[in-house]
Ligand binder design. Structure first.
Ligand SMILES: [Fe+2]
Length: 134
């Protein structure tokens, strides 16, 4: 591979990685990320299991509690919750093992107003996104 081709392909990969949060936001209604990012409105090929995977989010002031109503077993469990604020600003992440309950608590920045993107990842059923306004 020529140096110029290598640089061009590296830039394409980097651009795609940066573009993912915007694409994930777009997936909330457009269906453009069908079977990549799963949502309540776009469960893709995981239709019929969305109720077990879409994270439930409760906001009380700055405190945010995330729950995934999913059974936990060694073979099948929720791996993590991640919270990202508007503009792709990472806030927090909590990982689980199969013996944990898939519940996490996060603290929003003082006075934060804007979108909050919460993900729940299942080891068998991929990456689920819930977007809300805080
Ligand atoms: Fe699952």
């Amino acid at each position: 591979m020529q140096r110029r081709e290598f640089v061009a392909s590296s830039l394409a990969v980097a651009t795609a990685a940066v573009a993912l949060p915007k694409a994930a936001q777009a997936a909330q209604g457009s269906g453009s990320m069908t079977n990549v990012v799963f949502t309540e409105n776009d469960p893709g090929h995981w239709k019929d299991v969305e109720k077990l995977h879409v994270p439930l989010v409760k906001v009380e002031g700055r405190k945010m509690t995330v729950t995934t109503p999913h059974p936990m077993s060694e073979a099948h469990y929720i791996v993590s919750h991640t919270v990202v604020l508007e503009g792709g600003k990472f806030l927090d992440r909590k990982t689980f093992n199969w013996k944990d309950q898939p519940v996490s608590e996060h603290r929003l920045p003082e006075g934060y107003k804007g979108k909050v993107m919460v993900t729940s990842t299942c080891n068998l059923h991929d990456w689920w996104l819930k977007t809300l306004d805080a």
